[in-house]
Design a protein. Structure first.
Length: 393
């Protein structure tokens, strides 16, 4: 088939590589002049690693990333709030912390090894003729040739979402984060995802990511993030870097050691998230995948993993001889229970870790740590962490 993929993020690149390998004529429309990674460190869960394994990329991801065997969250005084081990999901499971640029490069290289038609600097404004031979109206006003299928992989802030699903909702979360990938002063390539919480309004995290493509000295990197309300970001900048370092040292000295060498606040980037609800991911011969279909907060670290699973599922469905519309129905039926589960869980957990509620913070600190030690709940939490959760319908 002749397939147009809009966007070259994780879901777009993975889909492009897989579909081109299967012999489809793939054209990738990217609004930037060159594909590039956007975002911070990622945590590849066992579910995402299984998708990479199917693409022949798992070993490379494990080599350039950092093995993570445990997620632990504490208060500034050292009280354990959350303690999960990957083996609780299934023996032998691990996560891989990875720089987004490292994962992007793996997927981009895989896509470049195929005969993809790259159309960079071509943003898409509107979709036409979705029930027949879809065409793309570009932001330049030009019209593309017809395609057999359009795959909208333009991320959580998708401009095409409502054209495919008119009833979609995608509210911006009031809370976001400031993040940076910095050299790890401890030089660790492996370890744990370490977090500190003070109530629900402060969440600090450190995730080892292995190779840091941006570091000229080749030092292993650590992804730092600081939870922050979106409307508080201007005040964060106004207070200055020194004030931030002082505050951080009072909450978590280890994180302050990571930040201390920073002299320019410009190394920190802002992350904002959307809670996307799409009753349908498809319309005619167009389909939403990845964050365009089911964007959510990063509480469970599942965004990249769901995107990789979407790409693999879509490619498998299109291998059959069924008509495109039937293949898209099969894709949606396979992936919606998984994405739906994590959307609901993320929506439920976000205010537990990112909100202004004092009561929720007190209850979380009192009961979540105890719950993590109960076998049934611990196993369910581990099963959710590794990316194998799904709704029963």
């Amino acid at each position: 088939m002749k397939i147009a993929i809009i966007g070259s993020g994780i879901s777009g690149l993975a889909s492009a590589a897989l579909l081109a390998r299967d012999g489809h004529a793939v054209s990738v429309f990217e609004r930037f002049d060159a594909p590039r990674p956007l975002g911070a460190g990622l945590l590849l869960q066992p579910s995402g690693l299984e998708a990479l394994d199917a693409m022949g990329l798992r070993e490379k991801a494990e080599t350039c990333g950092a093995q993570v065997t445990r997620l632990i969250g504490r208060t500034p005084k050292g009280r354990t709030v959350l303690d999960l081990r990957y083996a609780d999901g299934r023996p032998g499971d691990v996560g891989i912390g990875i720089h987004r640029a490292s994962l992007f490069n793996l997927l981009h290289d895989a896509a470049l090894q195929t005969s993809i038609d790259w159309r960079t600097g071509q943003g898409v404004r509107t979709l036409h003729d979705l029930n027949d031979k879809p065409r793309l109206e570009l932001k330049t006003g030009d019209m593309s040739e017809p395609f057999d299928l359009v795959v909208a992989a333009d991320g959580a802030h998708s401009s095409l979402r409502r054209q495919i699903c008119p009833t979609a909702r995608d509210r911006v979360y009031p809370w976001g984060a400031m993040w940076a990938i910095l050299p790890d002063p401890e030089g660790r390539r492996n370890g744990l995802l370490d977090q500190v919480y003070r109530g629900c309004d402060v969440m600090i995290g450190l995730l080892p990511v292995g190779d840091n493509p941006a570091d000229p000295d080749g030092r292993p990197g650590v992804s730092f993030f600081w939870s922050l309300r979106g409307d508080a970001i201007p005040a964060w900048h106004a207070d200055g870097l020194d004030a931030f370092k002082t505050r951080l040292r009072g909450l978590w000295p280890r994180a302050a050691d990571v930040i201390d060498p920073v002299t320019d606040a410009a190394v920190f980037a802002e992350a904002r998230y959307r809670d996307c609800v799409c009753p349908s991911w498809r319309r005619g011969k167009a389909v939403l995948i990845g964050d365009a279909a089911h964007g959510m907060s990063p509480q469970l670290g599942q965004g990249a993993n769901l995107a990789l699973g979407d790409a693999l599922s879509l490619a498998r469905q299109l291998k059959d001889d069924a008509p495109v519309i039937h293949a898209l129905k099969g894709f949606e039926a396979e992936r919606k229970p998984v994405a739906g589960y994590y959307t609901l869980m993320s929506r439920a957990l976000t205010p537990v870790f990112q909100s202004s509620s004092k009561i929720i913070g007190v209850l979380r600190d009192a009961f979540m740590g105890v719950s993590c030690r109960l076998p049934g709940i611990r196993n369910w939490m581990g099963w959710t962490l590794v990316g194998r959760g799904r709704l029963p319908w």
